[in-house]
Ligand binder design. Structure first.
Ligand code: NAG
Ligand code: NAG
Ligand code: NAG
Ligand code: NAG
Ligand code: NAG
Length: 392
């Protein structure tokens, strides 16, 4: 009985034990699964952090290596002066790919701030408007020698002409991007504006003189430099010429913008200060009127700048030219002097023939600094006079 009972009693106890075992086992399974899952996840995360850390460390190591063990985390970037001040204010080369409109626009920028944030030695821009060769080049080279700091040269050639000068000449590499010029047409004014605009890109250029291949200097460089830099006025010939060669070239189609009483005539060979150069390259309105209505027998190069300055900036102009020329022979062209005409007395008479001219608020016997026109054969006799007469 007892066995039975025992059996009876044993039966349910055994069942309870089995159930407990199953419970424990399943808990164990869940626990192990959890541990495995947990381990897997954490190893993934670990791996992620490790790789990031590796990247970071690798970088550090690399930069530390690059900086010569100087404990610098990031290697300093090499300093490249992309917005170079020196090249902006003093372009060292005249070659560029800007169009006329682009270079006129750049040249028209006027600083609003007083003074210059660099050591500015004012320079004279000598702008040569040529038909090709420069036969009097050796005379000019002698004139410029030893004064590099005080001038810049710009040469406008027919566009396919290459000026061949030695690399130690001040004319070397000074040919600006040019276009062909038709004498007597508005393309001559274009060339003048092109020279002015290119010369304006150098912020040290203060005075701008237009010269041709047949012009010569009649004083030495220091005299010319002082005369121009110290002048309060520009030297643009500008006068009212009542004849058909003056007023006769005016067109009533220019009304209402330009009146006959404002119309002026003057030599193309000007000398102007920086402000006036900026105004001239900045103008489109009056240039367009001249282009449209000043056609032969009206010549824009003899009227545009003299009229424009008279209308707006007359008070800055002396109304006379510093380039001597001889019209006494009559006709449409001035006299050209060749080798046989060159004497000491002749050059002296251009330098001073007794006439006085106004300069700032005084009078002076120095009226002209340059002279034209001189043929290539004048070169040798002129070179023999430079030390005795022109003093250079
Ligand atoms: C460490 O940096 C300093 C300052 O930048 C520098 O003068 C020095 O030459 C550097 N040393 C090395 C070993 O690069
Ligand atoms: C330029 O001038 C040099 C020396 O005067 C001469 O040897 C050379 O042939 C010239 N070149 C051209 C393209 O005229
Ligand atoms: C030049 O002419 C202008 C008129 O265009 C006049 O205002 C100016 O005073 C003249 N200059 C001199 C120095 O006489
Ligand atoms: C230059 O000299 C030549 C020959 O001696 C002469 O015929 C000519 O008139 C002179 N020219 C001038 C502009 O004086
Ligand atoms: C001096 O030169 C000027 C300009 O060329 C001229 O008008 C004047 O008559 C000359 N004077 C003398 C005395 O030759």
């Amino acid at each position: 009985m007892a066995r039975n009972r025992g059996d009876k009693e044993e039966g349910p106890e055994k069942l309870m034990g089995l159930l407990k075992l199953v419970q424990i086992l399943s808990l164990l399974v869940i626990f192990v699964a959890g541990v495995i899952l947990g381990l897997a996840t954490s190893s993934h995360i670990n791996h992620y952090f490790t790789s990031q850390a590796q990247l970071f460390l690798t970088n550090n190591i690399a930069s530390a290596k690059l900086s010569d063990n100087n404990c610098t985390v990031v290697k300093p970037r090499e300093k490249v002066d992309f917005l170079n001040m020196e090249r902006f204010v003093h372009p060292d080369n005249v070659i560029h790919s800007m169009t006329d409109d682009q270079v006129f626009w750049r040249a028209s920028l006027l600083p609003q701030k007083k003074g210059y944030p660099f050591d500015r030695v004012p320079k004279v821009a000598f702008m040569f408007l040529t038909r090709g060769p420069l036969p009097l080049l050796p005379l000019w080279e002698r004139f410029f020698r030893g004064h590099d700091q005080y001038f810049s040269i710009y040469v406008h050639n027919p566009h396919d002409y290459v000026l061949n000068v030695s690399s130690d000449s001040p004319f070397y590499g000074r040919m600006i991007p040019s276009k062909d010029v038709e004498w007597g047409s508005v393309s001559l004014v274009d060339a003048e504006k092109r020279l002015l605009a290119n010369a304006l890109l150098d912020f040290s250029n203060e005075r701008f003189v237009l010269l041709s291949e047949s012009c010569i200097p009649i004083y030495n460089f220091p005299t010319v430099y002082k005369y121009l830099i110290r002048s309060e006025y520009s030297f643009v010939e500008s006068y009212d010429e009542p004849s058909r060669y003056g007023r006769g070239r005016y067109s009533r189609k220019m009304l209402p913008d330009i009146h006959l009483y404002q119309w002026r005539k003057g030599s193309q060979w000007f000398e102007i200060q920086r402000d006036l150069a900026v105004y001239i390259v900045s103008d489109t309105k009056y240039y367009t009127i001249f282009k449209k209505y000043c056609r032969p027998a009206c010549y824009p190069d003899e009227h545009f700048i003299p009229t424009y300055l008279n209308m707006f900036h007359g008070s800055l102009n002396s109304n006379r030219s510093v380039t001597w020329v001889d019209w006494s022979i009559g006709g449409p062209h001035p006299a050209t002097y060749s080798g046989g005409n060159i004497t000491e007395d002749f050059i002296q008479s251009i330098r001073n023939n007794g006439t006085q001219c106004s300069y700032n608020s005084e009078m002076t016997s120095v009226c002209y600094l340059f002279a034209r026109k001189f043929a290539p054969s004048a070169l040798v006799p002129l070179l023999s006079l430079t030390s005795t007469v022109m003093e250079f």
